[in-house]
Design a protein around this ligand. Sequence first.
Ligand SMILES: NC(=O)c1ccc[n+]([C@@H]2O[C@H](COP(=O)([O-])OP(=O)(O)OC[C@H]3O[C@@H](n4cnc5c(N)ncnc54)[C@H](O)[C@@H]3O)[C@@H](O)[C@H]2O)c1
Length: 326
Amino acid sequence: MSKPQKKYLVTGGAGYVGSVVAQHLLEAGHAVTVLDDLSTGFREGVPAGAEFIEGRIQDAAKWLDPSYDGVLHFAAYSQVGESVTDPEKYWVNNVGGSVALLAAMRDAGVRTLVFSSTAATYGEPATTPITESDATAPTNPYGATKLAVDHMITGEAAAHGLAAVSLRYFNVAGAYGSCGERHNPESHLIPLVLQVALGRRESISVYGDDYPTPDGTCVRDYIHVADLAEAHLLALDAATAGEHLICNLGNGNGFSVREVIETVREVTGHPVPETAAPRRAGDPAVLVASAATARERLGWSPSRADLTGIVTDAWTFARREEPTAP
Ligand SMILES: NC(=O)c1ccc[n+]([C@@H]2O[C@H](COP(=O)([O-])OP(=O)(O)OC[C@H]3O[C@@H](n4cnc5c(N)ncnc54)[C@H](O)[C@@H]3O)[C@@H](O)[C@H]2O)c1
């Protein structure tokens, strides 16, 4: 028997991850409303079949009503470097916006929330892989704002019975159909290396090659955006009134910067020149997730962990985007 259809508000659903999750919700038969101010997202990124509201989460009370079964909250600013130079922009939008959204949910009686948290809440890991009980000590304002929202949600669940799941993504990558990654400016490794392969960038900077890793470059945990999307649907089912569940989402096996560059060369058949650059402050050598909690509590298991597949999907999407200027 098919599950009854539900109705969800997807904040930030014109962005990369939100659009892929919105598409998965629609494919599962749910009704989706995307709320996005298009500050970093794209109108054409909103999947066909979703209702679209161009607006800010700060004004969510205008649109949230008891007909919604839950909210998936992606809307945020997420450029680490910008958060260092303009931290107030991040506190106002990410934290202030989430305060308003939670209040609107409370007032409308919408009591289920899935929130996009991040590996950046942990900062420099003491051990690897990172588990949810590890210390949280963000090294930049972006991570600090996301951690603040996590704390807020914990209080909301305890005080007001919210059913909440925070998903702490590691490095999201790949694409799903017409939904893919196009941040501007781009700061994520795979799309940047693909821009070099496309001839839109001369070379890729490798920030440090003397880390204590097998090839000396930083190791990160890349998770396919479609695997990530599936976790959101499972999180909606697992959310329990009065509980704030926090789950890391990663594959548990990292790939180095060099491995990513090499894989892009293999997948695209293009040369990818590298430029050696000094280490960046606050870049840990290895960031890899333990996703044991997501497996146990959500019943989640990623099925697209292979780097070649992730890069191939991202490459297909990147070429669709040509000749848009970066
Ligand atoms: N992409 C990653 O690797 C990654 C990793 C960890 C966490 N995250 C988190 O996942 C979420 C989605 O990331 P993304 O990569 O899709 O980013 P994105 O920039 O593509 O999407 C964010 C969307 O939110 C919208 N938005 C921002 N502020 C808003 C506001 N006040 N009101 C309404 N809409 C607003 C933007 O227009 C955009 O469409 C973010 O919360 C981010 O912090 C992403």
